[in-house]
Write a protein that binds this ligand. Structure first.
Ligand code: ATP
Ligand code: MG
Length: 557
């Protein structure tokens, strides 16, 4: 397994060091606890890297535990995808566990709470409970069912379990303090009724524990030492501790909170990502525009790049939004020396080299990656007809345009100088092809010392060019920051309508054996990945992972 060093700014590591030093804990045990109600996203990757790397650094262990306490939203499809994604990121769990495996024990502990007078069955509706909860400035009001006898509570709770009541008719609530300044402590709901089939326990249960009750018990049962979660659970920590203590759990886990990852122009919640999938705004959870792990993988991101990114953003307790260009920086860095740099023409314009012999094809040789000669060489055919990029030619060039225009000479990368002498148009005046001459003296690599040219452009020889589709992506979200939904405008109104552009072009023949998930840098264009979903035997489809340059500078610590 690959373990990145977590950053020095990681306050959790200091807590662990202190706990080991004082002997408070002997072995570090963490867990990654996804709810299987969607696919994992890059925010989860931060939590995964954190939990697994911290434990590994101290020879500890990490469980993968599915927090499957809500059968209405969960699905085995999600369980499988989550396992795949965690492994793909490079981590191996100690144990694979399901919260639902502890339903019996959770039920027993609830009975213990009732017997201790610490929990009661409440007949108020969800709406009534919400209304009587009070506000930040006013205490709540006690439920009329709060002082039921232990016997009555035991009886009702058992009947809840046996399916005698309908969804929402009754709940089990903790009996804590309706006047607590912390609203989470005002008799929170522990169990609710839901007549639903569970992916793991089937129809055995029709009552299900709430997150705030289930999570601390899961951690305690597994012997988790450091239960790491995001900051919105900070106010739940007193309840977490209350549950562990009042349920008389032998092992006492501790909860620590860190700031969740937010990225500019990125939708980062499973709930919203699911809407994008269900509304067919994207073509599935693994659409390359999605910030899901499966989307990033299909886009062409590598586990290394994602882990480096997670290590670099560090772990803090203050909310912030990370620039999406920072993630892009790490994939460029990872692929820079690893992949070859062939030529591809995304928006082709045909060029006929009128003084090149008809029928002749010569083979030129180029390095696969000039910065990494170890990758070897590649053969590049050249002939009378080639394609260049549409934008590398202008009939009427603006000032400082050094590429091809009538009368101007440019260098064809790895080949010759060419000079444009004719522009061929159709009846409507659209440019169909351009005619050039080449200078045989200027062959690349011959040490030609004659005149200089200012522009160098890429190209692909026409007769052996492989047709390819290029899918170019932009951010899904128009705004930098995610907005809260309000009454008449949802996040869907902020989705970028131009996040995908599809172009039909060509790649050089050295890519004839390219397979799904192979990655390349197309010179002057960016990094591309062979799309695993749309590529067929007859058609190569490329996802642009990222363009070549960015104005983003990663701050060095
Ligand atoms: P979402 O809000 O996207 O649905 P979630 O928090 O409900 O996410 P869970 O499956 O409950 O998703 O999360 C599993 C773990 O991943 C939790 O410990 C959670 O704190 C963590 N996590 C989720 N989103 C982020 C994020 N954006 N940054 C860091 N950690 C996250
Ligand atoms: Mg959740």
């Amino acid at each position: 397994m690959n373990v990145e060093k977590s950053q020095s700014s990681n306050f959790l590591r200091n807590i662990i060091l202190e706990d080991l030093h004082t002997g408070k804990v002997k072995e570090i045990y963490t867990r990654f606890p996804p709810e299987p109600n969607g696919y994992l996203h890059i925010g989860h990757a931060k939590s995964i890297c954190l939990n697994f790397s911290l434990a590994a650094e101290f020879n500890g262990k990490t469980n993968l535990r599915f927090d499957d306490t809500n059968p209405l939203k969960e699905d085995v499809e999600y369980v499988e995808s989550i396992k795949e994604d965690v492994r793909w990121l490079g981590f191996e769990w100690d144990e694979l566990l399901f919260a639902s495996d502890y339903f019996d024990e959770m039920y027993e502990r609830a009975i213990l709470l009732i017997k201790k007078g610490k929990a009661y069955v409440c007949d108020l509706s969800a709406e009534e409970i919400r209304k009587t909860r009070g506000t930040l400035t006013e205490p709540g009001t006690e439920s009329p069912y709060r002082n039921r006898s232990v016997e009555e509570n035991l009886d009702l709770f058992e009947r809840m379990k046996n399916g005698e009541f309908k969804d929402g008719e009754r709940v089990l609530r903790a009996k804590i303090d309706m006047a607590s300044p912390n609203i989470n402590m005002r008799d929170p709901v522990l169990y609710r009724i839901a007549h639903a089939t569970h992916h793991n326990t089937g129809d055995k249960w029709c009552i299900y524990p709430m997150y705030d009750y289930a999570h601390p018990l899961e951690d305690a049962i597994e012997g988790i030492t450091h239960s790491i979660c995001t900051l919105e659970f900070e106010d739940h920590r007193p309840l977490y501790d209350w549950v562990v203590e009042e349920c008389e759990m032998e092992h006492v886990p501790r909860q620590y909170e860190f700031a969740r990852l937010n990225i500019t122009n990125t939708v980062m919640s499973k709930r919203r990502l699911k809407v994008l999938v269900d509304e067919k705004v994207v073509d599935g959870w693994d659409d390359p525009r999605m910030p899901t792990i499966s989307g990033l993988r299909r886009r062409g991101y590598t586990p290394e790049a994602i882990r480096e990114f997670c290590a670099a953003i560090g772990v803090a307790r203050s909310e912030s939004v990370v620039d999406h260009r920072m993630l892009e920086h790490f994939i460029r860095e990872d692929l820079k020396l690893k992949v070859s740099r062939p030529m591809a023409v995304i928006r082709p314009l045909k060029v006929v080299i009128t003084n090149y012999p008809e029928g002749q094809v010569e083979m030129l040789e180029g390095e696969k990656n000039k910065e990494n000669p170890e990758l070897g060489k590649r053969q590049i055919p050249f002939s009378r007809e080639i394609y260049i990029e549409e934008e590398d030619f202008m009939e009427v060039p603006p000032p400082k345009y050094h590429r091809l225009y009538p009368g101007n000479e440019v260098r064809l990368m790895e080949a010759y100088f060419i000079k444009c002498h004719d522009v061929i148009k159709d009846e409507e005046g659209n440019i169909v092809e351009i005619h050039c001459t080449y200078d045989p003296e200027t062959k690349s690599g011959t040490g030609f010392k004659g005149r200089k040219v200012k522009g160098t452009i890429h190209w692909v020889e026409a007769s052996q060019a492989i047709p390819a589709e290029f899918r170019l992506y932009d951010t899904l979200l128009l705004d930098e920051e995610e907005q809260e939904d309000d009454e008449d405008i949802t996040f869907l109104d902020h989705i970028n309508p131009n996040s995908l552009e599809v172009c039909q072009g060509f790649v050089e023949p050295s890519l004839k054996d390219a397979k799904p998930q192979d990655k390349f840098q197309f010179v002057r264009q960016g990094y591309f990945n062979v799309d695993p979903k749309y590529t067929t035997k007859d058609k190569l489809v490329f996802n642009r992972i990222v363009s070549l340059k960015s104005s983003y500078v990663v701050k060095k610590e």
